[in-house]
Design a protein around this ligand. Structure first.
Ligand code: NDP
Ligand code: 8X3
Length: 257
C-alpha cells in the first residue's frame, strides 16, 4: 500500500543560517513549493534581500543561535501564519581554520563549539515542545561527512559534527511516540561561503578547495532535505550522507621511519 508524500504547502519551516549557502537555497526551495518559511541569521541586509526576493511567504528575523533566549523571543514574536512551525532546519554552523590542534587559536574552537553544538542544541530545545504540542513535525540537523571521517585540521569542526550526528540519533529516542521525525543530513564538500569563512576571507585559499571539482551545490543539499521532509509521514530518514562524485576516501596515513 502506498502512502502519500507530505504536501509542502502544509509546512511552516524555520531555517537557521538562511543568509547564505544551504539555508538560502532551502528558503528558496520551500517557498517555491508553497511552504511558509522563517529565515534567520545574523546578517540583516541578507535577510532583507531574501525577503525582497521571496515576498509574503517569507518571514525574516535576525538570530544568533548561540543565544537560547533569542530563539525563544523569536518564537514568541512570530506573526500569524508563521507560528505553527512543523519543520525545523538547524543548519547554521561554521568551520574556522584548518590548522593542526597544537597550533590553532582556541577562540576559533570556542566559536565552533558554541555555534555548531550549543547553537544547534538551542534551536532544537526551543522548537521541540511546540511541535510536540501540535502533534508532530520534523527536525533536520546539518551534520557533515566530517562527523564520520577524520582529516588533518578537521579536529574540533569534525568533533562538532560528530556531536550533531549522535545528538540527532539520540533525539529520535527522546521523541519516540510524538510523531516528530529527526534527520541528520551529512554532506561532503559543497561550494558555498563555507571555505571563505573557514579561511577568514582568503578568497584564493577558499576557491582552491573547489578547483577542478564539480562539487555539489547548495541546491543539491536543499533537494535532499526537501526529499526527506516530504516523504510519507510513517518514514524517517535517520542519516543521509551525500558527496560529490569526485570526492571519495583516501588510505590511512602511515608514517614510516
Ligand atoms: P555558509 O557559510 O554559506 O552559511 C552558513 C550560515 O550559518 C550563514 O547563513 C550564517 O549566517 C549562519 N551562521 C553562522 N554562525 C551563526 C550564528 N552564530 N547564528 C546564526 N547563524 C549563524 O555555509 P554552508 O551553507 O555551507 O553551511 C551550512 C551548514 O552546513 C553548516 O552547519 C556547515 O557546517 C554545514 N556543512 C557545510 C558543508 C560545505 O562543504 N559547504 C558540508 C557539510 C556541512 P550569518 O553569518 O548571517 O549569521
Ligand atoms: C564541510 C565538509 O569536508 O570540509 O562539512 O569538512 S568538509
Amino acid at each position: 500500500m502506498a502512502y502519500p508524500a507530505l504536501d509542502p504547502k502544509t509546512f511552516t519551516v524555520l531555517i537557521t543560517g538562511a543568509t547564505s549557502g544551504f539555508g538560502d537555497a532551502l528558503a528558496r526551495r520551500y517557498v517555491a513549493e508553497g511552504a511558509r518559511v522563517i529565515a534567520t541569521g545574523r546578517r540583516v541586509d541578507r535577510l532583507e534581500a531574501l525577503k525582497a526576493d521571496l515576498g509574503d511567504a517569507l518571514h525574516v528575523a535576525p538570530l544568533d543561535v548561540r543565544e537560547l533566549s533569542s530563539i525563544e523571543d523569536l518564537l514568541n514574536g512570530l506573526p500569524e501564519g508563521f507560528r505553527d512551525i512543523n519543520v525545523v532546519i538547524a543548519n547554521a554552523g561554521l568551520a574556522l581554520g584548518l590548522g593542526p590542534a597544537q597550533e590553532v587559536d582556541i577562540a576559533d574552537w570556542r566559536t565552533m563549539i558554541e555555534t555548531n553544538v550549543m547553537g544547534l542544541a538551542n534551536t532544537v530545545r526551543a522548537t521541540l515542545p511546540g511541535m510536540i504540542a501540535r502533534g508532530g513535525g520534523h527536525v533536520v540537523t546539518m551534520g557533515s561527512v566530517a562527523g564520520d571521517y577524520p582529516y588533518p585540521g578537521g579536529n574540533v569542526y569534525g568533533g562538532t559534527k560528530a556531536f550533531v550526528k549522535q545528538f540527532a540519533l539520540a533525539l529520535r529516542s527522546d521523541v519516540q511516540g510524538t510523531n516528530v521525525r529527526v534527520t541528520n543530513i551529512e554532506p561532503g564538500m559543497v561550494e558555498t561561503e563555507f571555505s571563505l569563512i573557514r579561511f577568514k576571507g582568503d578568497e584564493d585559499k577558499a576557491s582552491s578547495v573547489y578547483e577542478g571539482v564539480t562539487g555539489m551545490t547548495a541546491d543539491d543539499v536543499a533537494e535532499t532535505v526537501f526529499w526527506a521532509t516530504t516523504l510519507p509521514r510513517h518514514v524517517n530518514v535517520n542519516r543521509l550522507q551525500v558527496m560529490a562524485v569526485q570526492q571519495a576516501f583516501g588510505p590511512f596515513d602511515v608514517k614510516r621511519v
